[in-house]
Design a protein around this ligand. Structure first.
Ligand SMILES: Nc1ncnc2c1ncn2[C@@H]1O[C@H](COP(=O)(O)OP(=O)(O)O)[C@@H](O)[C@H]1O
Ligand SMILES: [Mg+2]
Length: 366
């Protein structure tokens, strides 16, 4: 019998689940924000994911529901789970990807290494933390942030009066002096099988992921995988889990944050791994056996293509490029918006893969 999956959110992550769903004979439907969402290539219902009746109506048309983003309110998920609808990951796991304060508490309880952190609500509490952390800290809104929105460097509470005025708890962290940022991608199905990909390096520009290099130049591969497994099992995560990490000069790993869905750091896996993160996410969510995550080539580099202006739509790409693949998300243009990505593979080196990808990127600007 055909299995059906519903994806809440119609962005590029849902869009990239469509191809493997088609190959595996899985029926895929999307609850999208608008008619022209990137994932509206699949059967699409347009509606508000914050509205319980809308999500219920969508959920009743599929076997299992999963996500393109983590913004569905927890009470909506809990209400529908109590009625028997199945979400993968479940609300019990997803809450730790929705709220960075809950995530820090849970990881600390699991004994996973994190930056020094505290929950603060007042200027006094924030200043006390900053003063005890070398006069600088990173302040975060616990929910709703992405691509660096909701993350701020603070040197005193005066830098955060607008956030403090809301009188809601904030997450403050030591500013980690990292040598590189890494991401450990893995997936776990409902039966508990778990599988990871190679540890990758992520390079952010202005808080947005710009490049991903696989494998990372790091000797911490085994440790990162162990941390990811501890988190996946400890929080009962199902589907793809991305663990963002900092690596310090003295070789320590600290967890930055979690995503419980396919992640920008795993786009390389479409061409660079025998099983892509999108296929694996569907397999895990539907409790199918997980696929082989071995690399197809020793080196992969992914570059995000961000909107340069508000008119260049980065539409149909009609050029063939040896050794590289261009992915187009079908979005209307906006400066800084993730419009697509380029992946290049190489037998030689990361630098070789990067040069191929850059050549393609330059061709797109021409
Ligand atoms: N404690 C920290 N120390 C140093 N840099 C940080 C810290 N937390 C976040 N950052 C920087 O800010 C970026 C975005 O933070 P993150 O919590 O991952 O937010 P987002 O949800 O926007 O991805 C990180 O990729 C990293 O470059
Ligand atoms: Mg992040």
């Amino acid at each position: 019998m055909t299995k059906s999956i519903g994806v809440i959110g119609g962005g590029q992550l849902a869009r990239m689940m469509i191809a493997p769903a088609q190959v595996m004979g899985i029926s895929i439907k999307v609850l999208a924000e608008s008619e022209d969402s990137p994932a509206s290539l699949a059967a699409t219902q347009v509606g508000d994911y914050k509205d319980v009746a809308t999500v219920r109506a969508f959920a009743s048309t599929v076997d299992v529901i999963t996500f393109d983003h983590e913004h569905v309110p927890l009470d909506v998920l809990e209400t529908l789970e109590a009625e028997g609808y199945e979400f993968q990951p479940s609300s019990k796991a997803l809450r730790f990807a929705q709220n960075k304060l809950d995530m820090r508490s849970a990881l600390t309880e699991l004994g996973v290494p994190c930056p020094k952190w505290a929950k603060v609500q007042s200027s006094e509490e924030l200043d006390e933390f900053i003063n005890s952390s070398g006069s600088v800290a990173i302040l975060k809104t616990p929910t709703g942030g992405y691509d660096g929105k909701g993350v701020r460097v603070v040197r005193s509470s005066a830098d955060a009066l607008d956030w403090l005025a809301k009188r809601e708890p904030l997450l403050v962290e030591e500013k980690v002096d990292f040598v590189r940022e890494l991401a450990q991608l893995s997936a776990r199905n409902k039966s508990g099988s778990w599988s990871s990909w190679t540890l990758v390096e992520t390079i952010q520009k202005d808080g947005v992921c710009a490049e991903v290099h696989s494998p990372a130049t790091s000797s911490n591969g085994e440790l990162a995988a162990q941390i990811a497994k501890t988190i996946a099992e400890g929080l009962n995560v199902t589907g793809v889990l991305a663990v963002e990490l900092f690596e310090t000069a003295d070789g320590r790993l600290l967890v930055n944050e979690l995503a419980m869905r396919p992640h920008n750091s795993g786009h390389f896996s479409i061409e660079g791994s025998k099983t892509s993160q999108f296929e694996q996410h569907l397999r895990a969510a539907l409790d199918m056996p997980l696929g082989d995550t071995a690399a197809t080539k020793p080196f992969a580099v992914m570059l995000n293509v961000l909107g340069q202006n508000d008119t260049n739509t980065f539409g149909l790409v009609d050029r063939m490029v040896d050794g590289a693949s261009i992915h187009v998300y079908g979005k209307s243009a906006r400066v800084g918006r993730k419009m697509g990505h380029i992946t290049a593979l190489s037998d030689e080196s990361l630098e070789d893969a990067r040069q191929i990808a850059l050549k393609v990127w330059e061709g797109l600007q021409a």
